[in-house]
Ligand binder design. Structure first.
Ligand code: URA
Length: 240
């Protein structure tokens, strides 16, 4: 699709539109083998190679980033006081319109998807999409068959909210304290409140997978990378 050159370049990085205009007027931007000095010139970023300061722009309309969120970081786009997941992105992955597709609590760690594709995020988060989110939770006291059955039946939270049926697995060799939980909703503090409803406290919580996309074990806490096409599809390949 044909778009203004200044709009295309600005959409791919952190430079403002006026900074990009200045860069174009001062001869730093080429389209194909031609120097372009007019910010309003139209071109198709999927068809033409655009170079800024000699470096080709790797144009992508949308970014899809997997992050291993550390504890203590807010899962929002912006916060005046505390660091957010967007603050952890390297310069090469910064875009103005990025946001985390779904929230984790400040102290929850693990898989977060950051994107600027609203349709993808809506599909992922929509309650009717039933995308499974898998967590590992460490508890203050053991759980067993009774709690597993309660999760499967649908937990009623302290405020009366009924949750959809969820899977609770007790992990081997964890003395009943290490568990895996699968939910298909995203209610506020849901996993912690579900355990609260059966009289347990969550001491540590990690999101390990969204749909069929597991957290890359090579990503250290705070690190991120782009998703492959297959990984983007995998998100929607495991639903309830
Ligand atoms: N459930 C919670 O309680 N916290 C999270 O961060 C995610 C799910």
């Amino acid at each position: 699709m044909q778009q203004r050159l200044d709009k295309i370049v600005a959409s791919q990085g952190t430079l403002s539109r006026s900074e990009v205009k200045r860069a174009i007027r001062s001869g730093r931007v080429m389209v194909g083998d031609r120097l372009c000095l007019d910010p309003s010139q139209k071109c198709d970023p999927e068809q033409s190679v655009i170079c800024v300061d000699g470096a080709p722009l790797a144009y992508r309309a949308f970014l899809y980033i997997m992050m291993n969120k550390p504890a203590g970081i807010l899962c929002v786009s912006r916060d005046p006081k505390a660091p957010t997941v967007l603050d952890l992105l390297p310069d090469s992955l910064r875009r103005k319109e990025l946001f985390p597709a779904g929230r984790l609590d400040k102290d929850t760690v693990g898989l977060v998807i950051i994107t600027n594709d609203g349709v993808f995020a809506h599909r992922l988060l929509s309650p009717t999409g039933h995308v499974v989110k898998r967590y590992q939770a460490r508890l203050d006291a053991p759980v067993g068959v009774r709690e597993t059955e309660a999760f499967a039946a649908g937990i009623v939270l302290a405020d009366g909210t009924r949750c959809r049926p969820a899977v609770l697995r007790v992990l081997p060799q964890g003395e009943g304290l290490r568990t895996e939980v699968e939910i298909t909703e995203g209610k506020y503090h849901q996993v912690r409140r579900m355990f609260g409803a059966v009289g347990r406290r969550v001491l540590a919580l990690k999101r390990c997978a969204i749909g069929g996309l597991p957290l890359d074990p090579d990503l250290t806490e705070g690190a991120c990378r782009e998703l492959s096409e297959a990984e983007k599809r995998a998100v929607f390949e495991m639903r309830e």
